[in-house]
Design a protein around this ligand. Structure first.
Ligand code: 6PG
Length: 249
C-alpha cells in the first residue's frame, strides 16, 4: 500500500498515529510490542510527535521493546549514531524502561557488535520466529534501506539476523539487520520524503529493477504487511497515485 501525504509534517503525523495504534494492538494481542527503528532524517519528526501530547499519553511505553535496523561504528553520543538520534527525538522524553531499549553497539568491531546483537535477538524472541510488530525503514537515494546497500554481499544472507557491513567509500563500518529478519515482520513501514527521493522512489515502486541494485525492493514481509508513507514531493514522479493522492496498491 502506498499512501501519499501533502508534506513531511502530515506524513509524520500519520506515521506517529500508526505507531501508537500498532503498539496498542500488539499489546492487546500478546502483551508486549517489539519495534525496529530507522535512523536517518525522515523519521525524526515522527519520533518527536510520539513524545508530544496527545500521543505521549496514548502509548503504553512500559511495554515497548525497541531495537534498531542499523548503526554506524561510532560512539553512542556521536551525531551520526542512529541510537543518539532516536534518544534525542524520543527516548529522552518518554518512559521506556532502559532494559527494553536495545541500541546496536557502535563502539566495537562491527562483527562483534553484529554477533552480540544477533544473540540478543535470539534471547528476546526465545525460539519463536523473530516477528517484529512494527519495522520502520527509510529509503536512501541509491535504493538502500537500513544499511543494506546496492550489490552488497550482505544481501545474499539467508541465515543471519544481523551482519557487519560497509558503505562503499565510507571509512567507518556498520551493522545492519538482514533481509530475512526484516521480512518476518508483521508490518513494515517505509517513510520517504523530499524531492530528492522522487527518482529512486519511482524506480523502486514502478520500474522493477534487479532488487540487489535497489535493496529496498528486497523488503517483502513474508506473512506481514508493507506500507509506504510518502510525501507529495517524493511521490511526484509516481504514475499510480489516485485522485486524492492516496492509492492502495
Ligand atoms: C541510516 C539509515 C538509512 C536511512 C536512509 C534514508 O542510518 O542512515 O538507517 O537506511 O534510513 O539512508 O535516510 P533519510 O531518512 O535521512 O533520507
Amino acid at each position: 500500500m502506498i499512501l501519499v501525504y501533502p508534506d513531511l509534517e502530515a506524513l509524520s503525523r500519520a506515521a506517529a498515529d500508526l505507531f501508537a495504534e500498532r503498539v496498542g494492538n500488539a499489546i492487546a494481542d500478546h502483551g508486549r510490542c517489539a519495534i525496529l527503528l530507522a535512523g536517518g532524517e525522515t523519521p525524526r519528526r515522527t519520533y518527536e510527535l510520539l513524545a508530544d501530547e496527545p500521543l505521549r499519553s496514548r502509548v503504553p511505553w512500559g511495554r515497548l521493546h525497541l531495537f534498531w535496523g542499523d548503526e554506524r561504528s561510532v560512539a553512542s553520543d556521536d551525531p551520526r549514531s542512529n541510537a543518539q538520534m532516536v534518544r534525542r527525538a524520543l527516548l529522552d522524553r518518554v518512559p521506556v524502561p532502559a532494559g527494553q531499549v536495545h541500541p546496536i553497539p557502535g563502539d566495537r568491531d562491527p562483527r562483534q557488535s553484529a554477533d552480540e546483537y544477533e544473540e540478543l535477538l535470539h534471547r528476546f524472541f526465545a525460539g519463536a520466529p523473530p516477528r517484529f510488530d512494527l519495522v520502520v525503514l527509510g529509503l536512501g537515494d541509491d535504493g538502500h534501506t537500513a544499511s543494506l546497500f546496492p550489490d552488497s554481499p550482505v544481501l545474499e544472507e539467508r541465515e543471519r539476523w544481523a551482519s557487519a557491513t560497509r558503505r562503499a567509500g565510507e571509512e567507518i563500518g556498520r551493522v545492519t539487520l538482514t533481509v530475512p529478519l526484516i521480512n518476518q515482520a508483521e508490518l513494515v513501514v517505509f517513510l520517504v520524503a523530499g524531492d530528492d527521493k522522487a527518482t529512486i522512489l519511482r524506480e523502486v515502486l514502478e520500474e522493477y529493477p534487479d532488487p540487489r541494485s535497489r535493496p529496498a525492493r528486497m523488503i517483502r514481509p513474508e506473512q506481514g504487511e508493507l506500507r509506504w508513507l510518502v510525501d507529495a514531493s517524493a511521490a511526484r514522479l509516481l504514475h499510480r497515485t489516485g485522485k486524492n493522492g492516496n492509492l492502495a496498491h
